[in-house]
Design a binder for this molecule. Structure first.
Ligand SMILES: [Zn+2]
Length: 235
């Protein structure tokens, strides 16, 4: 059977475990938030390729415009030269150069149309990417707010639990409390574990017959002879 001291100690342990669980969860919140913030940065970085594609399409169009301008200037120059030449074959040669340059301009203008279409496409893709990223970022920011709220709630629960823990501490007889504190320093919680089928539920190893008998009697604090935890008979 459970001794009154052990009953009090189990209440204390229950609150101590709750305290530890809350402290552990609160401790991890900043890491979780940092991980979400990294995701936001990744989402934003993903936009860079769409922005680069647009810049490249615009640069291509600009280069074509420069080429067209140069070809147009050449046509104008040839036409001026035509006015100055006197020989028919020279005039015809210039006429041929003008035709060639004009054909080149036509081809360049077609390419420019393609480039303009590519710019429109790149703008469309960037806009879509921005909308997707904005949605994802909003979801991530919502997650951060939830984590912050959760942390605030847990801090409140921790304060309550600590008060309850201190209350429970005053009710545990000092020898039992001292044993608990001593074991908790070197063994992960729980410190007080039930014993079933002559096995300690902390280390899952078989306890000696003496330990089992003492635990059944429940007259004193009994320790697992393997892991040193306090074992008790559940009845
Ligand atoms: Zn054990």
């Amino acid at each position: 059977m459970l001794s009154p001291a052990l009953e009090k100690l189990l209440v204390f342990q229950d609150r101590d475990q709750r305290r530890l669980s809350l402290e552990t969860q609160i401790k991890h919140v900043p890491e979780e938030i940092a991980a979400v913030r990294r995701k936001i940065e990744e989402e934003k970085a993903g936009l860079e390729s769409a922005k680069l594609a647009l810049r490249e399409a615009e640069a291509k169009r600009k280069a074509l415009e420069t080429e067209i301008g140069a070809a147009e200037q050449a046509v104008a120059r040839f036409k001026t030269q035509q006015l100055e030449v006197r020989k028919n074959d020279e005039y015809q040669a210039l006429g041929h150069q003008i035709e060639t340059a004009q054909a080149q301009i036509g081809a360049l203008e077609e390419k420019e149309l393609e480039a303009m279409y590519a710019i429109d496409e790149a703008k469309k893709r960037l806009k879509e990417a921005e909308a997707t990223v904005a949605g994802a970022v909003a979801a991530h920011e919502g997650r951060i707010r939830l984590l912050e709220e959760k942390a605030a709630t847990m801090r409140g629960q921790l304060a309550e639990t600590q008060a309850e823990l201190e209350q429970a501490r005053t009710e545990v007889p000092p020898p039992a409390l001292e044993a608990y504190v001593r074991i908790a320093k070197r063994t992960p919680l729980p410190v007080c574990v039930p014993m079933r089928d002559q096995k300690c539920f902390g280390c899952h190893l078989k306890v000696s017959n003496g330990v089992q008998t003492d635990a059944r009697t429940g007259a004193k604090i009994v320790y697992c002879d393997n892991c040193g935890r306090i074992v008790y008979w559940e009845g």
